[in-house]
Design a protein around this ligand. Structure first.
Ligand SMILES: [Ca+2]
Ligand SMILES: [Ca+2]
Ligand SMILES: [Ca+2]
Ligand SMILES: [Ca+2]
Length: 754
């Protein structure tokens, strides 16, 4: 069905222009009762319609909001809110300019498959384990890392070797880290505690499907069985099992370097205690012997931590794998005490929590080094003996935070929280979604659930990069995650269901990024571990968020698990040869784009070209070179989006400089602003001679003062600059161009469009 819809959206008459990437949506689609807000990058558009596919009947009309400028991305956007459309079906959005969006669906099970795929990503991360065809499909592989003879590194205080099999690979590497297991196991077990029927037995298609136990609990048990090997005889817990150095990009079975138990510390021990305390109550109905062991391990770990309250882990000099360092343990104590109280009802933990009453007043969205919120979430929702006034405090702390988060979403230009952009930002947005689900659970106020749904929209394409950050899912999915098996397996499509790390302006990986704005600092290349790795602590909140949204918004019909037995249709991936990323071109050179497409299905269809964040043209898939109009002096970005006949797409961008052949000098008496040509037809160049450094803003309005376009250039200097403006969507007539330097009016001129 997808195939037909996308083609029709492109070709059903000259009024349906593509320019797909000017409209940012949840690329899978929406639940009938969920919010539906698209981000419109064509600021010249003022209204929109939603068309039903395949007949293109108009089923919804709306006005776009005023233009909003998003400083994190540099984008100016309007919103198209069509939440009122609740009928299931396939649709696309058409703007008043004629541009249409990619096709999307409104469906009562829209996020179910990706929710299942997100949980199944853990099966694909299993260590010491062969993935066989009936479950792993085309991504089956041999077992690696048996971990039956793991060396005690001197940092453990022990000698010799021990067993530590099973568990999940932590991320794109093959290590196993107790601290990062903590929040991951917590988020997954929370799914079970809040939605015990979700991921029921025989729904996830893993080898334990059909054993009578919830499949999520089976998957988490695989991790818990490994974790149980990480506790030393004194109760302390080892920090990690890894090789001394990260392996190359090879399959698990090819990585045969020695593996070590490494370190022991307060954070690992308390995270372990909290996880085992949770397991001790959750697994009791199915396996009371295991549950007893978990509770004993949890208590023993707590006792060790009380005796060793501040042992921070640092990588030993000869170990170069992930550190997961943390030196603040109040949050780990709070989480462990909370889970231990709920599970054991032991007064010692109650006393501890009473002594930390002030810490229960503030809720922070959890992260791996900051886990207090996990304790607050459990206390607020799982029956326990904490004093009722303290329970009210805990619940109010979560709700109060949710109010702020909800308001951030409803007012920020891209409708996300002020979480920011950093290593693993996508995991943090998913984790924020989890918090908002707790807000809904505690209050029944649907505005929190709606806010959570918008964060899922963000992860699935309603964002400044245009990517769906999940592998396999969405129209423009991540294709090159920093994930060893996905790279080494010779299968083009990465293993489905992984959440990529996301925009990270820190860019610690020394990869060249085309986009440097915080919300766009993302590179879908394997080498980009700082923006494009996968990790168990990012997929866990994603699994929670997707499952919760499907639980509340979805119908209660069949589960859907990902197709795994056939080669899926892959997007046409792009090689962009010129202009090379980081290159400089003389202004006298004409700008040529050289690119090629690779689509294993041979169904590449067309290519959209965007110049400086603005749609330029669409060309057929066979195109290899394209000449651009001369670009003004300065930095430019060209983005190419390729699509195939099934509507799967991929992106490649390049950033380069156009330099002047001769230095532009500002002569005395040169006008501060000039327009050329004027009158103009399709394109006009605004030349500015700034008399001082500052932030430049150009506003183009109608003669009646109605804002048409606003352009911002930050931190300009006293060098002349030229700014091209595309007039394609300007009607004929007279406009007013006003330039402001650091908010002071610099110059004004009339512009005539013929
Ligand atoms: Ca099962
Ligand atoms: Ca901490
Ligand atoms: Ca692959
Ligand atoms: Ca294809």
């Amino acid at each position: 069905m997808k195939i037909i819809a996308v083609i029709l959206c492109l070709t059903a008459g000259s009024t349906l222009l593509g320019q797909y990437m000017d409209i940012r949506i949840n690329q899978l689609g929406y639940y009938p009762q969920a919010p539906k807000i698209a981000m419109i990058k064509q600021t010249q558009a003022t209204s929109f319609s939603v068309l039903r596919l395949p007949d293109s009947a108009v089923v919804y009309n709306g006005n776009l909001t005023a233009v909003k400028y998003d400083a994190d991305s540099g984008d100016s956007i309007r919103w198209a809110d069509f939440s009122g459309l609740t009928t299931e079906g396939r649709y696309c959005i058409r703007l008043s300019t004629g541009t249409t969006s990619l096709a999307f669906q409104i469906s009562a099970d829209i996020l179910r498959e990706v929710a299942y795929a997100s949980l199944r990503s853990y099966y694909y991360q299993r260590c010491s384990y062969e993935l066989i065809q009936p479950y792993a499909g085309i991504w089956s592989r041999k077992a690696g890392h048996p971990d039956t003879s793991v060396i005690y590194h001197s940092s453990t205080g022990r000698t010799g070797k021990g067993r530590s099999p099973k568990g999940w690979y932590d991320a794109g590497d093959y290590g196993k880290y107790t601290v990062n297991a903590g929040i991951s196991v917590a988020n997954l077990l929370q799914v079970y505690e809040l939605f015990p029927d979700y991921f029921a037995d025989s729904t996830v298609s893993i080898p334990e499907s059909g054993n009578g136990i919830n499949d999520l609990l089976d998957e988490v048990r695989f991790e818990l069985d490994w974790l149980a090997t990480m506790q030393d005889t004194d109760g302390g817990v080892f920090h990690k099992v890894t090789t001394a150095n990260f392996s190359g990009f090879i399959m698990p079975e090819a990585d045969i370097a020695d593996r070590y138990f490494i370190g022991k510390g307060t954070a690992a021990t308390l995270d372990f205690s909290a996880m085992m305390a949770m397991a001790g109550r959750i697994y009791r109905p199915f396996d009371s012997v295991f549950a007893d062991q978990c509770v004993n391990m949890a208590r023993k770990a707590w006792q060790w931590a009380v005796k060793h309250p501040s042992v921070a882990f640092k990588n030993p000099a000869d170990i170069h794998t992930g550190e997961y360092g943390d030196n603040s343990f109040g949050d780990e104590f709070l989480w462990a005490a909370s889970e231990l109280l709920i599970t054991t009802n032991d007064s010692a933990y109650l006393q501890y929590l009473r002594s930390k009453a002030t810490s229960l007043q503030t809720y922070t969205v959890p992260g791996w080094p900051n886990v207090a919120g996990l304790g607050l979430q459990s206390l607020a929702t799982i029956p326990n003996s904490l004093d009722s006034n303290l329970l009210a405090t805990v619940r109010n702390a979560i709700i109060s935070r949710c109010k702020t988060l909800r308001n951030e979403i409803s007012t920020s230009p891209y409708r996300i929280t002020q979480t920011g952009f950093f290593w693993g930002s996508n995991g943090a947005y998913a984790q924020t979604g989890v918090t908002l689900v707790y807000g809904f659970k505690l209050t029944g106020d649907s505005s929190y659930l709606k806010a959570a749904a918008e964060l899922a929209d963000y992860l699935l394409g309603k964002n400044a990069t245009g990517y769906s950050f999940f592998t396999y899912y969405g129209t423009v999915p991540v294709m090159n995650p920093h994930h060893r098996p996905s790279y080494a397996d010779n299968i083009v499509m990465p293993i489905p269901g992984f959440l990529s790390g996301g925009p990270n302006p820190g860019r610690q990986d020394n990869v060249q990024y085309a986009w440097l704005q915080p919300a766009k600092s993302f590179a879908d290349v394997m080498e980009s571990y700082a923006s494009n790795e996968v990790a168990i602590n990012w997929n866990a909140p994603a699994t929670f968020l997707l499952a919760a949204l499907d639980h509340y918004y979805g119908n209660k019909q069949n589960y859907i698990y990902p197709p795994i037995h056939t080669m899926p249709n892959c997007p046409p991936t792009i090689t962009l040869t010129a202009p090379a990323l980081g290159s400089s071109l003389k202004q006298t050179d004409s700008v040529s784009i050289l690119f090629s497409l690779r689509d294993p299905d041979n169904n590449a269809s067309f290519v959209e070209i965007y110049v400086d964040n603005k749609y330029y043209t669409t060309v057929p898939a066979g195109t290899k070179t394209l000449k651009l109009y001369p670009l003004p002096v300065g930095e430019h970005i060209i983005s190419i989006y390729s699509f195939d006949s099934e509507g799967k797409g991929h992106e490649k961008s390049t950033r380069f400089k156009v330099v002047s052949a001769v230095n532009v000098k500002i002569e005395k008496n040169t006008p501060l602003m000039s327009l050329f040509p004027n009158p103009a037809e399709n394109r006009i160049t605004i030349s500015i001679n700034p008399p001082a450094d500052g932030n430049l803003r150009i506003e183009i309005t109608s003669t009646a003062g109605k804002s048409i376009v606003r352009l911002d250039k930050e931190a300009i200097t006293t060098t002349a600059i030229e700014i091209p403006v595309d007039l394609t969507y300007f009607g004929r007539g007279t406009y007013v161009v006003t330039a402001y330097l650091s908010n002071k009016r610099l110059a004004q001129a009339k512009m005539i469009v013929n």
